[in-house]
Design a protein around this ligand. Structure first.
Ligand code: SF4
Length: 361
């Protein structure tokens, strides 16, 4: 699985919709982040970062201060400079390794990159959202797919770590279009991607279209399957998918925030579960003499993925293949994407006759 293994310790500084030239149709960053305050003073930034650093465990790897939720390079240069300058002090002191931020593709140009070149910025995330210009227009993005391609080229020339954010379920998009966008993004070889389902957020233009019946969001299950296909597409190209679905937050979980759409607090887990279900189904379908009591060995990290939320995968497998019991066995010797199906009598047993570290369901 291409999940990030050495996740940096991120100090997230949310600047909701700050620096945005307008409101994109699907967006309401205050709803997503719960942050009402638009900008932050350098004094508050300093306090906030220090407070966050107290949570850092000694064994954590790279530490990054991250400016999210707005369009960083759309900020007035004076203000962006103040924030970068304040964050740089932590890097100079050795408490933080580098700075990252998210920005629109159309804000990446030579002038702005010259402006940030003396600050310790290592990672830049581009909100591409789609590579279909018609979909970008409908989402009122105000930039084109060519802007994303040009931005990636400029960032590569300067050796930045590049992340690309894409969305599924945008107005005018469909599975074919999203997969085509995914392929074009993969061809740009970013260092990582994030995949977000389109949600109908309160106080977004999309909310009006939804109320008037002009927009229908993707159903959750369809969205999980589409994101799974995108995940596998990126995995094939060795591109890490660092997030699928929005991070659950108090603000998002409030009923009034999301009017409709494929939101699930553990969206990524649903995608991984479906990947493991597919693997198990394909192995079981290839077995000629399938017993009604089987074992499935997976790497310890993937126990919950093969089970699925509330054991849904186990129930599906039992029903589909008429299996009486399935024993899930953690096996650290297996690679993370591996899954081995066996018949139960061959499972290692302790003297009391119970299988070790395994639970039969
Ligand atoms: S999607 Fe990005 S650019 Fe558009 S309004 Fe939201 S934060 Fe601003």
């Amino acid at each position: 699985m291409s999940e990030s293994k050495n996740k940096p310790f991120i100090i997230p500084v949310f600047l909701p919709n700050v620096g945005c030239p307008h409101q994109c149709a699907f967006c309401n960053q205050t709803a997503i982040t719960g942050e009402k305050q638009k900008t932050i003073s350098t004094e508050k930034l300093n306090l906030y970062i220090n407070e966050f650093l107290n949570y850092k465990k000694p064994q954590r790897g790279k530490v990054q201060i991250s400016f999210y939720g707005g369009n960083f390079l759309g900020l007035k240069k004076d203000y962006a400079g103040l924030l970068l300058h304040e964050a740089t002090k932590f890097v100079i002191r050795g408490n933080v390794d580098s700075i990252r931020f998210s920005t629109r593709p159309d804000t990446i140009d030579k002038d702005r990159l010259d402006f940030i070149k003396d600050f310790p910025v290592s990672t830049i995330e581009l909100g591409a959202q789609s590579m279909d210009d018609r979909v970008l227009t409908m989402a009122k993005r105000g930039h084109t797919s060519l802007d994303t391609e040009k931005a990636v080229c400029l960032l590569k020339e300067r050796n930045y770590e590049i992340g690309i954010q894409m969305m599924v379920g945008l107005p005018g998009d469909d599975d074919t279009g999203a997969l085509a966008s995914g392929r074009r993004i993969a061809e740009l070889y970013p260092d990582f991607v994030r995949i977000y389902p389109t949600l109908v957020l309160d106080k977004s233009p999309l909310a009006n279209w939804y109320r008037k019946g002009e927009y229908t969001p993707l159903p959750l299950q369809e969205c999980v399957t589409l994101v799974k296909r995108l995940y596998l597409l990126f995995e094939e190209k060795n591109i890490t998918v660092i997030r699928m679905g929005l991070q659950a937050s108090e603000s998002l979980d409030r009923e009034s925030t999301i009017l409709a759409g494929p939101y699930h607090p553990a969206f990524g887990a649903l995608v991984y579960s479906e990947i493991f279900l597919d693997k198990a189904v394909s192995i079981l379908e290839s077995k000629k003499d399938l017993h009604d009591m089987i074992s499935i060995r997976v790497n310890q990290r993937n126990i919950s993925r093969i089970r699925g939320l509330n054991n849904t995968n186990i129930k599906t497998l039992k029903q589909k293949f008429h299996i009486r019991s399935i024993e899930i066995i953690p096996d650290m010797t297996l690679a993370e994407d591996m899954l081995v199906v066996g018949h139960l009598p061959s499972v290692e047993r302790n003297p009391q006759g119970r299988s070790r570290q395994a639970k039969r369901v």
